[in-house]
Design a binder for this molecule. Sequence first.
Ligand code: ADP
Ligand code: 5GP
Length: 203
Amino acid sequence: MSGILFVISAPSGGGKSTIAAAIRQRVEGLGYSISHTTRKPRSDEQDGVDYHFVDEKTFTQMIDGGAFLEWARVYDHLYGTSLSGIRELMASGRDILLDVDVQGGRNIKTRFPESILIFLVPPSLIVLEQRLRKRGTDDEAVIRGRMEQAADDIRACAGYDYIVVNDRLEKAIDETQSIIISGRCLTHRQLPQIKRMFDFLSD
Ligand code: ADP
Ligand code: 5GP
C-alpha cells in the first residue's frame, strides 16, 4: 500500500515551517520533499536544504518536462514540488509531509484524493502580522503583500480536511501530530497489516 501524503498549508507566517520541523522531530517515518523556487534565498537559507533555488528558465523547463507533482505562482515567485523522489517514497509505503500554499493543496487533493490536508489558522490577522514582523525575514513591502493575500488564503481552509488554530505553539504541534497519527490508524490503512497478524481474517 502506498504511503499517505500529508499536506500543511497556512498563510505566510502561519507556522508551517515551524510546525513541520517539530513534527519531523517527533513523528517517525515521515519523508519530505525539498521544493524548487525562483525566489532568492534569504540570508539564513541554503540551496538544497531549504529549497532548490533555480531561475525562471530552469523552472519553466521543469514544468514543460512534467517534473512537478504540483507548482504554483505564490507572491510573484514560482514554487513547485518535484515528482522525483515523491513517487518513490510513496510507492515504498513511506508517508510524506509537504508544506505548500493553498493552490498546491488544492492541486494535490485533486491528484491524490486520499491525501490528508491540514490548514493552520492564526489566532487573528493582527497576530499573524506580528509574527511575520518578528520573524524578521521579509521587508515591509513583502509583509504588506503577504498580509493582503492572508484573507484569501484563510478562506481556503474550508476545503481542507483538518483545521488547527496555531495560537499556542505546543498545542498546535500536538494537534497536528494527532491528525497524522489518526491518518495512519484509519481502518483501511491498518487492515492489510491486521490481516497478516490474524490469518482467520483473510478468509
Ligand atoms: P510559515 O512557514 O507558515 O511562513 P513560520 O513557521 O516561519 O511560518 O512562522 C512565522 C513566525 O511565527 C516564526 O518566527 C515562528 O517562530 C513564529 N511562530 C509560529 N507559530 C507560533 C506560535 N504558535 N506562537 C508564537 N510564534 C509562532
Ligand atoms: P516562502 O517564500 O515564505 O518560503 O514560501 C511562500 C509560500 O510558498 C508558502 O505558502 C509556502 O507554503 C509555499 N510553498 C513552498 N513550497 C511550495 C511548493 O512546492 N508548492 C507550492 N504550491 N507552494 C509552496
